[in-house]
Design a protein around this ligand. Structure first.
Ligand SMILES: Cc1cc2nc3c(=O)[nH]c(=O)nc-3n(C[C@H](O)[C@H](O)[C@H](O)COP(=O)(O)OP(=O)(O)OC[C@H]3O[C@@H](n4cnc5c(N)ncnc54)[C@H](O)[C@@H]3O)c2cc1C
Length: 215
């Protein structure tokens, strides 16, 4: 009994992250860097399980977040593996004869304040050093509060994980969001009305509608 109480007192604060996408993995890196115990649960069977999409543009804020969360060599690797920006705009006819060309002002080497990266490469970098922390093949189906103030996540394979804080990083169709705030839906009407052709703005509105419910 006394031993149990001692164990409870000495247990480190443990964070559970559901979703091993860009957000979940970046947070896990940051927590690990800060010495906070963390585990990530990702439904994909492995890191290479599916194509992650083409590329992603990292703007100044995103770059700063990566710099803050990642160990320096990994941040440098993100920049080093970034896609080189185009240096010329060229228009050709159907015979590939150049009709118009002009230089573009982008720097020839990727700039640390904003760069484009291949999504799979970025995911691989974000996974580096997280062996034993990221658990693949774990699809969260629900969570429950445990009597001692902890939270338990239940997975579709019948296993569970218990921690002190649960972070929902399982994307736009988050299972956890649907459980804690079923009334919150994805509403892209407002921004779509503002600019129906701007796909990326619409996506941004989806993210902001869910992020307020993240805990
Ligand atoms: C076409 C397109 C282009 C974009 N371009 C850009 C861009 O250039 N720059 C930019 O900054 N942003 C861009 N975005 C937005 C960017 O992709 C997202 O903001 C980003 O992926 C969100 O990261 P995330 O980790 O929150 O979620 P996600 O990347 O969606 O990751 C969620 C993870 O959770 C896992 N998961 C889901 N459900 C469960 C579950 N029940 N249990 C366990 N795991 C689960 C998923 O498998 C996934 O790995 C673009 C989006 C789209 C659609």
């Amino acid at each position: 009994m006394r031993g149990n109480r001692l164990k409870t007192v000495l247990s480190p604060f443990h964070v559970l992250i559901v979703g091993g996408g860009i957000g979940g993995l970046c947070l896990a890196q940051g927590l690990k860097k800060s010495g906070i115990s963390v585990a990530v649960y990702e439904r994909d069977a492995s890191a290479q399980f599916r194509h992650q999409g083409y590329r992603i543009s990292i703007k100044e804020e995103g770059s700063q977040a990566l710099r803050d969360c990642l160990p320096e060599p990994l941040f440098k690797l993100c920049v080093a593996t970034a896609i080189k920006a185009a240096t010329r705009l060229v228009v050709m006819d159907q015979q590939l004869q150049v009709k118009f060309a002009r230089p573009l002002s982008h720097p020839a080497v990727p700039d640390e304040t904003g760069f484009g990266v291949n999504r799979l490469t970025l995911r691989e970098i974000l996974l580096a050093g997280l062996e034993g922390i990221v658990h693949f093949g774990k699809t969260c189906e629900r969570f429950e509060q445990v009597s001692n103030g902890q939270v338990r996540v239940c997975f579709t394979d019948g296993t569970t994980a218990t921690g002190d804080l649960l972070v929902e990083a399982d994307g736009t169709n988050s299972v956890i969001r649907q459980l804690i705030a079923p009334e919150v839906g994805i509403d892209d009407k407002l921004e779509a009305e503002e600019d129906p052709h701007d796909h990326f703005r619409t996506r941004k509105s989806q993210r902001s509608s869910t992020s307020g419910k993240t805990f």
